[in-house]
Design a protein around this ligand. Structure first.
Ligand code: CP3
Length: 319
């Protein structure tokens, strides 16, 4: 969850010299950023430095990252007619720099599990359609409800790209993959099943049996059963749901990743310790728990608190 990011002075130093997309598309730099975070934090896995929106580069919609504002898309897709202007994407041909980053990280960290990742069709569609971040997803839902055939065409295309992109990362040596459906919690459960689940399922089915998959979203307390049906060996949770309740609902066959509120990293050590312990208690030593934050680290987070959290998890889970 932004393991390598603006809260780290080493990252900020590199970012002073390179734009965000330049960093993501340069394998040497992306690998360096990935490896530096792993070494500094002492975490048990490396998430490759990239972004879920990189597949939008070859779509030619004018993706950029404005300082502090997050991603922006110059030519968003608002109607079925706009869809015709989308350039087709060949993941292996246009996103091969991510494979190169994975190979370089593998060379630097031979024994460290590497997590590849991609955005899920709904979350990718929301950026493509809104043109950036959104509170209400009004353009996304308008297209979904008003032009269901166009929606289906877009989601089918995004699922294909996601599947190819994940397969490419597994082939390059990613040990597991994480599918980010960060904003899917904006949907009613019935709409998730009708408009999203078939496409997420298609993306995850294509990687099944190759590498394990983590299926993550936020605000998903009403959706986790449906997300589980869509696929994934591990369900990633944010902090808005109780970890044990969620696991009871999903059953012992699935793994769980989560779910500390990243804001707890702004608290003092006693509170941090209490909260880390509470999550491990909720997991109750069951096999298949991956301790993680429930979402991305804030740029204002002290690095020392992140390092302390990793040490606490290691210490408490050894017992
Ligand atoms: O965790 C990691 O270290 C791996 C790298 C990673 C990034 N983005 C780097 C990044 C991962 C896994 C992502 C995923 C991602 N990107 C998601 C899914 C996870 C989530 O947060 O919900 C989403 C929705 C995006 C799209 C995106 N990229 C947003 C919304 C932003 C702005 C975020 C912010 O903090 O303002 C980005 C930019 C981004 N992606 C940064 C980083 C390190 C900050 C860019 C910078 O250096 O200016």
């Amino acid at each position: 969850m932004r393991q390598a990011g603006r809260y780290m002075p080493e990252y900020r130093a590199i970012r002073e010299r390179h734009g965000f997309l330049a960093l993501c598309t340069n394998p040497e730099l992306a690998a360096e950023v990935t490896v530096t975070a792993v070494k500094r934090l002492g975490v048990d896995a490396a998430i490759i430095f990239a972004d879920i929106l990189l597949p939008l580069i070859p779509m030619n919609v004018g993706l950029s990252y404005e300082a502090g504002d997050g991603p922006a898309i110059a030519r968003p897709i608002r109607t079925g007619a706009d869809l015709d202007s989308l350039a087709p994407v060949d993941a292996a041909a246009s996103l091969g720099f991510v494979s190169d980053s994975i190979r370089l990280v593998r060379r630097e960290l031979p024994a460290c599990p590497i997590i590849g990742f991609a955005g899920a069709p709904f979350t990718l569609a929301s950026y493509l359609i809104e043109g950036g971040a959104s509170r209400d997803f009004r353009y996304t839902k308008s297209l979904m409800y008003r032009e269901p055939a166009a929606w289906d065409r877009l989601m089918t295309a995004l699922a294909r790209i996601t599947a190819d992109y994940l397969a490419m990362q597994a082939a390059a040596g990613a040990d597991l993959i994480q599918l980010f459906d960060s904003w899917v919690g904006a949907l009613a459960p019935a709409d998730y099943r009708r408009f999203v689940m078939p496409h997420t399922r298609a993306a995850l089915a294509s990687i099944k049996g190759r590498v394990p998959a983590i299926h993550f979203g936020t605000g998903t307390a009403g959706l986790i059963e449906a997300m589980r049906e869509a696929g994934g060996d591990i369900i990633g949770l944010d902090w808005r749901v109780d970890l044990r309740d969620a696991w009871d609902r999903l059953g012992p066959e699935v793994g769980i990743q989560g779910n500390l509120d990243p804001m707890v990293l702004l608290a003092d050590r006693d509170e941090l310790r209490r909260q880390v312990r509470a999550i491990l208690d909720r997991a109750g030593g069951r096999p298949g728990h991956i301790f993680n934050l429930g979402h991305g680290i804030l740029p204002q987070t002290p690095v020392d608190n992140v390092i302390a959290m990793v040490e606490m998890v290691h210490e408490m889970s050894r017992r």
